[in-house]
Design a protein around this ligand. Structure first.
Ligand SMILES: [Zn+2]
Length: 176
């Protein structure tokens, strides 16, 4: 069955096998993290590879093709979707760090002296009492560049994003 799937479904199935890929299904609904009914329906459709719409259309943000499975809609970098999801996760982590009584700051400026914000959450003291920069990023195993290469490994999207971040903040990281 897997060998007969197209690249999109092969990439989706790889994502379904990733570590903690089912965590969203098992999570207890909480005020800050619960799905709306529509969000849950979309998540289930995407998980099972069921089309969300009957035909492809043009993305109003970038002009590329919006596929019927919602992959482009969930990964388009030209709309606000990814930023909203990134900020939502960042804000939730930050709120939990505050509950745990950590001294932390959202997007603290000038950590590297040139105005970049390498830390979505900057924690004054964490492991071994050292300051820690936490970066939150949203990516997808069904984004077009991953789907195009069927030989990508299960964590290719995450690995690609880590490389981008490590390069972007290489000067900050090398200072330790
Ligand atoms: Zn788009």
């Amino acid at each position: 069955m897997y060998s007969q799937m197209d690249n999109y479904h092969k990439a989706r199935m790889k994502g379904c096998r990733a570590h903690a890929a089912t965590a969203w299904i098992h999570a207890n609904p909480m005020p800050l993290t619960k799905f709306t009914n529509d969000q849950f329906k979309i998540a289930v459709h995407m998980w099972l590879g069921i089309p969300l719409v009957s035909r492809e259309m043009e993305c109003k943000f970038c002009g590329r093709t919006m596929d019927i499975y919602g992959a482009h809609a969930s990964t388009c970098k030209h709309g606000t979707n990814i930023v909203k999801r990134d900020n939502s996760i960042r804000n939730y982590l930050y709120s939990q760090m505050k509950v745990a009584n950590y001294t932390c700051t959202i997007e603290k400026k000038y950590l590297n002296g040139i105005g970049q914000k390498p830390a979505d959450i900057y924690i004054e003291s964490l492991v071994d009492n050292r300051p820690t920069a936490v970066d939150v990023s949203v990516t997808s195993c069904v984004q077009s560049k991953i789907v195009q290469n069927v030989n990508n490994h299960i964590y290719q999207a995450a690995d690609d994003l880590i490389k981008v971040k490590l390069y972007k903040y290489k000067d900050f990281i090398s200072k330790g």
